[in-house]
Design a protein around this ligand. Structure first.
Ligand code: PMP
Length: 432
């Protein structure tokens, strides 16, 4: 098929007429489908059901050092959980603290603490006139909502397949002392599924921040979330903590992980890896905040997995469920939109999302059009700070939750909505 931009006005009008008819037929089906959030499907959750059999009334509830996990104590996590989460995060057990059920919660607390008490003796951020954060875009909406909540000014940094625009990152971080942090999802990024290149990671580690309390918020949420078993189709990310150490910048990064998309979202375990200095500071606050996190859950996770290789086997079972869904997205988008010159999208090797770029000014209208036909998508703009996508072109596709038949129906509606909104935009731009 000809690209929309090559079509004459008459051809565009004919295309619109046939799309309008197809859209009315879809609307009449009264669909109710959801492609909005990156949640594991029910089938994926069932993969971890046997973890519920690991602890029962007759279980031995002590950790490997003999400490009773039913009781208070062991503030920073049981040793075997540190080993397992450390292995998942490619750091040693002493480089991390195990927290509660959510890495996002650790990120929120870390920023909250920096606001009220400062970072390692620096002025609390709340006492400064201006605090800025760099936000690679498109990015994860919940990151942006944390910094917005604390009144931190957010600066968009464009993403590319190798990571954020590092010239811009260096320019800001190395010269502006008000820049205190950057949000990063370095592997299988949300929403593009991009993985930062080795050069990008090394440039991060070698930053020379103007602010001594600048920190990289390295959210490695998708560290082991490959879609393919073939190593050639798995992305590789250089380990940032050791790179920072080598570059003489050991304290510059906080690295977050969780098992939310390994076992149960909201009921997994989360951890933070960082330098000795950072961990010591965090421990001081932790003694005030809690007497200890949920060690029974830590015990359940470590006894279920035993070690990282078993966890990686488990991730292959997730991938077997997710892969056909991602392949269906690629297949449908290529078949319906390929060659029309109205959209581009990513083809990730892992993670939970596909990032879709429509013609400028069309994303909101596409999301609204899909909703009119019963398909819920992530709100347009959500992938940008303040919910403002300057080009109104990015849409995050989240294929994990719906069953494959539902996903297929949702994608049909989505591609129809894209074509309809795009043909209207082309007609509006064409001469009468
Ligand atoms: N970070 C990213 C990049 C995510 O996509 C998600 C979940 N969608 C989270 C963090 C949330 O993690 P948790 O459940 O550990 O809070």
């Amino acid at each position: 098929m000809k690209s929309y931009k090559e079509m004459t006005r008459e051809e565009l009008l004919a295309e619109k007429e046939s799309l309008d008819r197809a859209f009315e037929e879809v609307k009449a089906k009264n669909l109710s489908l959801d492609m909005s959030r990156g949640k594991p499907s029910t089938e994926q959750l069932e993969l971890s059901h046997k973890m519920m059999d690991v602890l029962y009334s007759q279980s031995y509830f002590n950790d490997e050092t003999g400490n009773d996990c039913r009781n208070y104590g062991t503030l920073t996590g049981i040793p075997e959980a540190k080993r397992l989460m450390g292995a998942m995060s490619e750091v040693g057990p002493d480089d991390m603290i195990i927290f509660g059920n959510s890495s996002l919660n650790i990120m929120f607390d870390t920023i909250s603490r920096s606001m009220t008490h400062g970072v390692m003796g620096s002025t609390p951020w709340c006492k400064l006139d201006k605090v800025k954060f760099l936000c690679p875009v498109p990015g994860y909406d919940r990151h942006f909502r944390i910094t917005e909540f604390f009144g931190i000014e957010m600066i968009n940094v464009p993403m590319s397949p190798t990571g954020p625009d590092m010239d811009m990152v260096e320019e800001y971080v190395n010269n502006d002392p008000a820049v205190k942090g950057i949000w990063c999802v370095p592997k299988y990024s949300n929403p593009q599924g991009y993985t930062y290149s080795e050069e990008t990671v090394k440039r991060f580690a070698a930053l020379k921040p103007a602010a001594p309390d600048f920190r990289i918020f390295w959210d490695n949420a998708y560290s082991i979330h490959h879609l393919y078993e073939d190593p050639k189709k798995q992305d590789y990310l250089l380990e940032i903590l050791s790179e920072c150490r080598k570059a003489g910048n050991p304290d510059i990064v906080y690295k977050f992980i969780s098992t939310s998309k390994v076992t149960f979202p909201g009921a997994g375990i989360a951890a933070l890896a960082s330098s000795k200095n950072n961990l010591e500071e965090i421990k001081k606050y932790m003694t005030v905040q809690t007497i200890g996190h949920n060690k029974m859950n830590q015990l359940m996770h470590v006894r279920f997995f035993g070690n990282l290789p078993n966890m990686l086997e488990h991730m292959k079972r997730h991938a077997a469920i997710l892969r056909p869904k991602f392949e269906l997205v690629e297949e449908k988008l290529s078949a319906e939109l390929g060659g029309l010159g109205i959209a581009e999208w990513t083809k990730p090797n892992g993670g939970y999302f596909v990032s879709f770029e429509s013609m400028p000014g069309c994303a909101k209208a596409i999301v609204a059009k899909a909703a009119e036909a019963g398909v819920k998508l992530t709100g347009a703009g959500a992938t940008y700070p303040y919910g403002k996508d300057p080009k109104d072109s990015n849409i995050r596709i989240a294929p994990s939750y719906p069953e494959i038949e539902e996903l297929s129906a949702a994608l049909d509606v989505f591609t129809l909505a894209v074509k309809l909104v795009s043909v209207e935009a082309c007609l509006a731009g064409s001469d009468d």
